[in-house]
Design a protein around this ligand. Sequence first.
Ligand SMILES: Nc1nc2c(ncn2[C@@H]2O[C@H](COP(=O)(O)OP(=O)(O)OP(=O)(O)O)[C@@H](O)[C@H]2O)c(=O)[nH]1
Ligand SMILES: [Mg+2]
Length: 230
Amino acid sequence: MADDGHFPRVTTDDTAAATDTEAFLKALKVQEGKTGEEGKDELSLVTSKGAIKIILLGDSAVGKSKLVERFLMDGYQPQQLSTFALTLFRYNFNHPDGRVVAVDFWDTAGQERFNNLHPSYFYRAHACILAFDVTRKVTYKNLDRWYRELEEYCPGIPTIVVANKIDVDYRVTERTFAFPERRNLPFAFVSASDGTNVVKTFQQAIMMGIKQKENPSDDFLTMALELLAE
Ligand SMILES: Nc1nc2c(ncn2[C@@H]2O[C@H](COP(=O)(O)OP(=O)(O)OP(=O)(O)O)[C@@H](O)[C@H]2O)c(=O)[nH]1
Ligand SMILES: [Mg+2]
């Protein structure tokens, strides 16, 4: 996987380790030399501070990591856990109402196959950025499968679909894409390479995530009510 080296990260295509909770947590390779149990504590710290959790989904090499890196160019915070299976980026978002909201972006590395993302990846996510690559049709076709997996773990989660790499040929922005339209999902043409729409789209995802955290969706409420009624 190509990497311009803006942000140090550890990647591997050995995602098998991420299929079991313990292995998943042990696979954490925290920067500054912390591993294993220490990494586990650090992950729970990261995930228990009430941060907004935003996950990135989409085929390998569609540009998920580059999009996060592009967004964080201005607001990058040095708290970053690099792991074999995923990279977590912490960002402090200045909410228009004056609050500073902690946001964690969860980014998988080298995910080639479906159905092998660990449920921890989806656990308590507040929003999703679902990406495809406009230069590779198969990555668009696969959105359906990614979305099905997402819906399985996070029903009703706010999701933005992004068509990345539009810098390769801007004429693609004249096209319409049925996938987001059919599902009534917000959609944006973006380029991690030249930055088109990246900040705007990520801010939109953060705002949707905040809203989701503060007012869980009807689906979630319905589920909770059903459970109470049992
Ligand atoms: N032209 C162009 N290339 C891009 C863009 N975004 C990413 N790339 C390139 O696409 C390749 C894959 O980008 P990554 O960000 O590593 O892709 P990824 O989705 O994180 O891939 P995995 O970690 O394997 O799941 C890299 O060579 C990037 O430089 C873009 O907007 N335009
Ligand atoms: Mg990546």
